[in-house]
Write a protein that binds this ligand. Structure first.
Ligand SMILES: [Zn+2]
Ligand SMILES: [Zn+2]
Length: 317
């Protein structure tokens, strides 16, 4: 690649430099993504208003981080659908996928296709979101720019043929079905908040309205934004900052801060070394909340064929 095509690197980033993926050139902004993401961030900022504060809203935001963020994205989209690190009954798999769609992170098939491509080419062309091209690109830029391959059926056949054999996932690809799942869950939470507020205040309409807004802001917007940045940080921070247990061919890192906020996904160098392993923490101090939940699912008979890391692999490196 001629050097003039290379984006300016952010300070502190590995000297290795990458151009942006060719399939994104020339850059074309996906305005529908920009508008939706700006709207959810603006909505989340309303949480700063004292009027929007309710303890129940905050509690639901935290619970939602586990339910939608961990079960939906980390365990569902990532460890189950992308890497098949374990198997579970279809009804549970589909439930996890529905939880995943409640985080504004695209349909299961698109998410999985992008992520499998990332593993195949991580930090080399054509990795869709390497921060070695540009930190902001790796975090969010790639989300809001068109990637020509993702508009091609051949790309889906190559990366997610297994998933699209299931009519459940195929239907979600049509007419942005996944986005309506997100909207429906947001409306449901707001309505539930209004009903709860009505009950909690003994039938005061203004309080009912306030609770409806509060749950929408805290349990939907704040939580969604938090989960979004957690996932994006795995792609950006965990490919730049942190330590390495394994000499992988990419720049992946184990980052404890990202692991803390993304239920174990920050042990990303371990994950790149052994992508199928359902456990991302490989050393005793690398706490991986998602792995504990998968172990629990296995103990109660809901998860089987669980792929474990190769014994002592990290210790031998
Ligand atoms: Zn990665
Ligand atoms: Zn992965």
């Amino acid at each position: 690649m001629p050097t003039e095509e290379i984006e300016l690197p952010t300070e502190g980033i590995d000297p290795q430099r990458l151009p942006l993926p060719e399939a994104t050139q020339p850059l074309k902004i996906l305005w529908q993504y920009v508008i939706v993401l700006l709207a959810i961030h603006a909505f989340a900022l309303l949480a700063l208003l004292p009027y929007m504060f309710t303890w129940s809203g905050v509690l639901l935001a935290i619970l939602g981080h586990f339910t939608f963020g961990m079960l939906g994205i980390t365990i569902g989209y990532h460890r189950l659908l992308t890497h098949r690190g374990f198997a579970c009954p279809k009804w549970l798999e589909h439930t996890f996928a529905v939880f995943g769609m409640c985080n504004l992170q695209d349909s299961p098939a698109r998410w999985v296709a992008i992520h499998r491509m990332h593993h195949q080419h991580s930090d080399h062309q054509p990795d869709p979101h390497s921060p070695l091209a540009n930190f902001l690109w790796g975090h969010v830029g790639w989300v809001v720019c068109r990637h020509r391959d993702l508009d091609r059926t051949s790309h889906y056949e190559r990366y997610v043929r297994d998933l699209l054999r299931d009519p459940f996932y195929l239907r979600l690809e049509r007419r942005g079905g996944w986005f309506f799942v997100f909207l429906a869950h947001a409306v449901l939470i707001a309505v539930a908040g209004a009903l709860f507020g009505y009950w909690a205040s003994g039938g005061v309409t203004s309080e009912s309205i306030r609770y409806g807004y509060s749950w929408a802001v805290w349990a939907v917007a704040v939580r969604t934004v938090f989960v979004l940045h957690g996932t994006w940080a795995v792609n950006s921070l965990s490919h730049v900052f942190g330590y390495r247990n394994y000499e992988t061919r990419d720049n992946s890192r184990n980052n404890w801060l990202v692991a803390l906020f993304s239920h174990g996904e920050g042990w990303h160098n371990n994950h790149h070394a052994q992508p199928r392993a359902a456990a991302h923490g490989h050393r005793w101090y690398e706490f991986d909340m998602s792995w504990r939940v998968i172990q629990l699912l296995e103990a109660v008979g809901l998860a089987k064929d669980v792929v474990r890391p190769k014994a002592n692999a990290a210790a031998e490196e």
